[in-house]
Design a protein. Structure first.
Length: 123
């Protein structure tokens, strides 16, 4: 183990102890930090680091890939495959659909609300 790894292990252990004491105290993180002279942003930073390390360790044990999220940017396409389209020739009904869901409403129902419902359902 090199110096960098040792330092990281020491810090993780130190902050794990602090976070454990905060939980045992029954105080909120904000109150505990104020009483202990710890900066709240520092507390949350290390809490996040410890959670990520725990998740990665769990993934190793379970044999799943170690990345929590893909790095970089990925393109996100909207879930709507097609725009609203009338289901009958007299436009008495409207429908919005994805590859998995189809929502049909009366022709007088507002188009924007129908799309909003579809977006919420596909989340």
């Amino acid at each position: 183990m090199d110096t960098r790894e040792f330092t990281n292990e020491y810090r993780m252990s130190h902050w794990a102890n602090i976070i454990k004491k905060q939980k045992e105290s029954g105080l909120s993180a904000k109150a505990y930090c104020a009483n202990s002279g710890i900066r709240e942003n520092q507390f949350y930073y290390w809490q996040k680091k410890l959670r990520e390390a725990a998740c990665e360790e769990l993934m190793k044990v379970q044999g799943t890939p170690s990345k929590l999220a893909p790095s970089g940017f990925i393109e996100v396409k909207p879930p709507l495959r097609s725009a609203l389209s009338p289901t009958t020739s007299n436009h008495s009904q409207l429908s919005a659909e994805t590859s998995e869901i189809r929502i049909t409403a009366g022709g007088d129902y507002p188009v924007d609300k129908l799309l909003a419902v579809l977006r919420e359902v596909t989340r």
